[in-house]
Design a protein around this ligand. Structure first.
Ligand code: SAH
Length: 285
């Protein structure tokens, strides 16, 4: 569905609703500790392959790694990432820049050691503070949508979490600004990004609902948490021709792609049904 927006605050998207108390959604693809209510995943992707089929493996790779301690994962991670990237391709991600970036970033280094062996499944995983690292498909889909037919050089991410999506963005984009509202996660992301020497990411601790007015405008904005509506400040910080992608809604959410078409005009396209952690105002120390 696509319609023009002349007022960024115009009502749109799913009606606001209470978050489900006891979700009944099937938990396939989710990791222990991650509920469908906080998973940063696509909803109703039952038709999509969740795991690599034998035919989906890269043709000439080494033998399948034995399931073993996370310590072994570093050695095997490249092969597991290649299988993840192949799955993303089968799930419709076509942009070679995005696939290369997903191949380049060691996702297992962004999760707790105890979960590292699951890092290349197409699942969200807990990162502490009740938040999750987004499902690889969701990360790839959001980046591909804002980069389609363009090469953004200045991108803002709201909801850095453990820093994974910012690290993927940094493979493609020269300047990545990322904001996180939970201090513990901001520090976690900072550690991960430093360890990988990703100086292209400028991370800040604050309420991303206000955006980063001093650094605006941005060629693209990626929001990794769902609000009932997209904050107006973010729409106004998009450069003309720039794109924003965000999950929108409460109990029912959808990815929404906004494109700024002029000084006071935006277009809006609704994409897949998803389930993200909530976008919250203020900071948490
Ligand atoms: N981008 C992450 C996803 C993290 S989950 C990844 O790569 O996997 C979403 C994050 O959004 C959470 O860490 C949550 O604390 C954060 N968040 C929610 N509301 C926010 C706000 N107003 N400003 C900044 N971060 C916010």
């Amino acid at each position: 569905m696509r319609r023009r927006l002349n007022d960024p605050a115009a009502p749109g998207g799913p009606a606001p609703g209470a978050r489900p108390r006891s979700p009944l959604y099937p938990a396939g693809g989710l990791a222990p500790g991650v509920t469908p209510a906080n998973s940063n995943t696509r909803v109703s992707a039952a038709a999509l392959p969740r795991r690599a089929e034998p035919g989906a493996q890269p043709p000439a790779g080494p033998a399948r790694p034995p399931a073993g301690p996370a310590a072994n994962l570093g050695l095997n991670s490249e092969r597991q990432r290649a299988a993840m990237v192949q799955r993303l391709r089968e799930q419709g991600i076509r942009d070679a820049r995005v696939l290369d970036a997903m191949m380049a970033v060691p996702r297992h280094l962004f999760v707790d050691e105890g979960l590292a062996s699951r890092a290349y499944e197409d699942a969200a995983l807990p990162i502490g503070h009740g938040q999750t690292i987004s499902q690889p498909w969701v990360v790839a889909r959001m980046i591909a949508a804002v980069c389609e037919d363009r090469a953004p050089t200045r991108v803002l991410e709201i909801g850095a979490g453990c820093g994974y999506q910012a690290a993927v963005l940094a493979q493609i984009v020269r300047e990545v600004y990322a904001v996180e509202r939970i201090r513990g996660l901001y520090e976690l992301a900072r550690g991960h990004l430093r360890a990988l020497r990703l100086a292209r990411v400028r991370l800040s601790y604050g309420d991303g609902m206000a955006g980063l007015p001093a650094q605006a405008p941005f060629d693209a904005i990626v929001v990794a948490a769902a609000g009932l509506e997209i904050p107006r400040a973010l729409l106004s910080q998009l450069a003309p021709g720039g794109r924003l992608i965000a999950p929108e809604g409460g109990a029912q959410q959808r990815l929404v792609l906004i494109e700024r078409t002029g000084a006071a005009s935006w277009t809006r396209t609704e994409l897949e049904a998803v389930r993200f952690v909530p976008l919250r105002a203020g900071i948490q120390s």
